[in-house]
Design a protein around this ligand. Structure first.
Ligand code: PBG
Length: 325
């Protein structure tokens, strides 16, 4: 019955009523904290495009991860900055590479936190592309073997989960096979299933110096107009063995998160990327928006759209708000 019988405002009249009727709840357990690691010692260099985020050397990374665990954060996602980049991204699959060392260091000192590693060549190649480049073309099939080697070497170092972000066709199957061959049958794959060729990655590429030296990523990452294709990508990744599927970016792709959630029953992760972080941070620095409020509303919206978990550079700050610490 309509007004005046029905008054939807009745259930909004107090904080307790609003809490009781909240349909979506964001918790500390939902958040994954991305971190950047570089060679050296005693280093904590702020990333100019992402204030409050740093390139950590191993020792400082371990401190940061400890703090994250003390806050209650359950998982971190690691990105590496190699000593030297080359045509084939050698350090990516070197057992003594930056990520492999970082995983060992973190698992040694903070064994309970889930360590997820990004699997992609673009941080390690001199041309900044996600695969082997021959005659100006990013080659799919020869890249698969390198990605599989990279994932296996992360697992050997102790990674709890690997997250391929390259968008080569067939990489989830190649990685699953490599992991299983080495006995890592219980190492899950979180695939960047619907990853768009997005301008929102700008600040990240500054952080790891991975902007392509020529061309762009549009021959492998998805084009923003497409939504049905995201479902195809996701279906294939699940068939190939993805345990968790990811949509990336998050805020401009909430419809994709929703559609993936409705279609598939595996856990869905959303990556709220660097550009999303930087937009909010920059506007807040100017005093134009309330940083904490916009941050929490954005994360909640991503959860409401259907994400089970969210990768966000805001993780520690969000947890401080959630837990009142
Ligand atoms: C690729 C990768 C990228 C991001 C995560 N993994 C960059 C890209 O595809 O160019 C972007 C993350 C962000 O913007 O926060 N290794």
């Amino acid at each position: 019955m309509p007004f005046p019988h029905t008054r939807l405002r009745r259930l909004r009249m107090s904080p307790a009523l609003r809490a009781l009727t909240a349909e979506t709840v964001l918790t500390t357990d939902d958040l994954i904290y991305p971190l950047f690691v570089q060679h050296g010692t005693g280093l904590k260099d702020e990333i100019s495009t992402m204030p409050g985020n740093y390139r950590f050397s191993l020792d400082r990374l371990v401190e940061e991860v400890k703090e994250a665990q003390d806050l209650g954060i359950k998982a971190v996602l690691l990105f590496g900055i190699p000593k030297q980049k080359d045509e084939v991204g050698s350090e990516a699959y070197d057992d003594d590479g930056i990520i492999q060392r970082a995983v060992r260091a973190v698992k040694d000192s903070v064994p309970d936190i889930i360590v997820i590693t990004d699997v992609c060549l673009c941080e390690y190649t001199s041309h900044g592309h996600c695969g082997i480049v021959v005659d100006g073309e990013i080659k799919n099939d020869p890249t698969l073997d390198l990605l599989a080697q990279m994932a296996a070497s992360h697992a050997r170092a102790g990674a709890d989960m690997v997250a391929p972000s390259d968008m080569m066709d067939g990489r989830v199957a190649a990685i699953r096979e490599a992991l299983d061959d080495e006995g890592f049958r219980n190492t899950p794959i979180m695939s960047y299933a619907a990853k768009y060729a997005s301008a929102f990655y700008g600040p990240f590429r500054e952080a790891v110096d991975s902007a392509p030296s020529f061309g762009d990523r549009r021959s492998h990452q998805m084009q923003p107009p497409n939504a049905r294709e995201a479902l195809l990508e996701t279906a294939l990744d699940i068939e190939e063995g993805a345990d968790i599927v990811m949509v990336k970016p998050a805020l401009a792709y909430l419809d994709i998160i929703r559609r993936v959630r409705e279609r598939f029953d595996v856990p869905v992760c959303a990556y709220s990327v660097s550009g999303e972080f930087s937009l909010i941070t920059a506007a807040a620095e100017r005093g134009w928006i309330d940083r904490d409020a916009v941050m929490m509303e954005s994360l909640l919206s991503i959860k409401r759209a259907g994400a089970d978990m969210i990768i966000t550079y805001f993780a520690p700050d969000a947890v401080r708000i959630l837990t009142g610490t």
